[in-house]
Write a protein that binds this ligand. Structure first.
Ligand SMILES: Cc1ncc(COP(=O)(O)O)c(C=O)c1O
Length: 397
């Protein structure tokens, strides 16, 4: 790619220096570049289900397109979808949610962005899981907030230490981000931990951003939400969506559930940025929520099966060890036994073994010593990846 010569320097706003990124997309494009040179790469870097969107959802979208759902809609989402989401969240979280408390947006990510823009002022502290989804830290800092990491440790099965959380809360804490099941570790927050976190917050006016994007992909036990803790509903922003649950990553649709006065403010942010979420996509999401749910269970079972097989395989490879994740579709492997840094190892596996994974440091400083493998790939490819990694370690360690 050649870059055209420019006469005028690009002068960026200062805040752009605080914007982070999601490394998965960068590794994906490096892997694609290697493939275009004829190399064989197994893609375990990107976090999206390898399944097709269930047929009845696709059909609903096609019907919607033919039926003229091709125009602008209300910024907060179509009333029938907000209603269906409110009913679904009321039922699954055991709370009463009204449609005015629902904002439909293009993916789960905008809820993070809008929550920071709407609530975080310069210098406000936001506590976030580390390693964690990289966009949290990026958005906190972009909004001018102070990003306060809470480390997630392997010995606790990557569930946060609530006593540590309690110690991190200060008078400047404006928001706490929780994510369960968690990306990248597959950790899950137990009901007891969530209740204890609520107790640590006490009566403080702190907002909890509860990222429950993977709640339908929890392998054991019922997921529990901060929104369900008595007294916490008005201080919880629940983030959920369709990307992972229904294999709809490319459709771009997600939602937030929050008190109605905050929902109105997020709607203003929607009007200012996206105007609305695509109307036919919303009609498809309605079919996803109201239709046959069997595909969700089938995907969850398959992710669990693959995770187990991949963990077993990794544990037989020199320098690698991994715990069985409790949800989502990632294996977060400890690679300290290789004596390589995570980034160097991820680069070498991509370049020399043809396996694309992400360095744990792509998820924050506490990710050093780990690699994230997405098991959203066929069992056959996962087994081939294990073979390649094993061969590489035999030759290089
Ligand atoms: C924890 C978590 N939250 C939110 C998202 C964003 O989802 P979406 O693609 O719907 O924006 C992801 C995507 O990887 C995620 O891992």
């Amino acid at each position: 790619m050649t870059t055209q010569a420019v006469e005028h320097e690009l002068v960026l706003a200062g805040r752009m220096a605080r914007l982070g990124t999601e490394t998965a997309f960068e590794v994906l494009s490096r892997a694609k570049a290697l493939e275009s040179q004829g190399r064989s790469i197994i893609h375990l870097e990107i976090g999206e289900p390898d399944f097709d969107t269930p047929k009845h959802i696709v059909e609903a979208a096609v019907d919607a397109l033919r039926g003229g759902w091709t125009h602008y809609g209300p910024s907060a989402g179509l009333p029938e979808l907000r209603e269906a989401i409110a009913a679904n969240v009321s039922r699954t979280r055991g709370v009463t949610v009204t449609p005015e408390e629902v904002v439909v947006v293009p993916g789960g990510k905008p809820i993070m962005f809008y929550a920071m823009l709407a609530l975080v002022d310069e210098g406000d502290e936001v506590i976030y899981p580390n390693p964690g989804f990289p966009i949290y830290e990026s958005m906190i800092r972009y909004a001018g907030g102070a990003a306060v990491p809470i480390p997630l440790r392997e010995e606790r099965d990557f569930a946060m230490d609530v006593d540590e959380l309690a110690r991190l809360i200060t008078d400047r804490t404006r928001m706490i981000i929780l994510n369960s099941p968690q990306n990248p570790t597959g950790g899950v927050l137990a009901r007891r931990d969530i209740e204890r976190a609520a107790a640590a917050i006490g009566e403080r006016n702190i907002m909890v951003l509860a990222d429950e994007m993977y709640n339908r992909l929890q392998f054991e036990g019922e997921p529990f939400s901060m929104m369900s803790v008595p007294g916490m509903q008005e201080r919880t922003i629940l983030l959920d969506g369709f990307s992972k649950t229904y294999a709809m990553t490319g459709w771009r649709i997600g939602y937030g559930v929050m008190r109605a006065d905050l929902a109105a403010q997020m709607t203003r942010l929607m009007t200012n940025s996206n105007s609305c979420t695509a109307s036919f996509t919303q009609r498809a999401a309605l079919a996803a929520l109201n239709g046959d749910q069997s595909a969700v269970g089938a995907m969850r079972a398959e992710f669990e099966r693959r995770s187990r097989a991949f963990v077993d395989g990794l544990n037989r490879i020199k320098g690698f060890s991994a715990r069985m994740p409790k949800g989502a579709f990632y294996v977060f492997a400890n690679v300290t036994g290789t004596n390589w840094t995570s980034k160097k190892l991820a680069d070498a596996l991509l370049e020399e073994a043809g396996v694309a994974a992400l360095s744990g440091t792509a998820f924050g400083i506490y990710g050093e010593g780990y690699l994230r493998f997405s098991v959203a790939n066929s069992m056959e490819n996962l087994m081939e990846a294990l073979k390649r990694i094993d061969a590489w370690t035999r030759a290089n360690l």
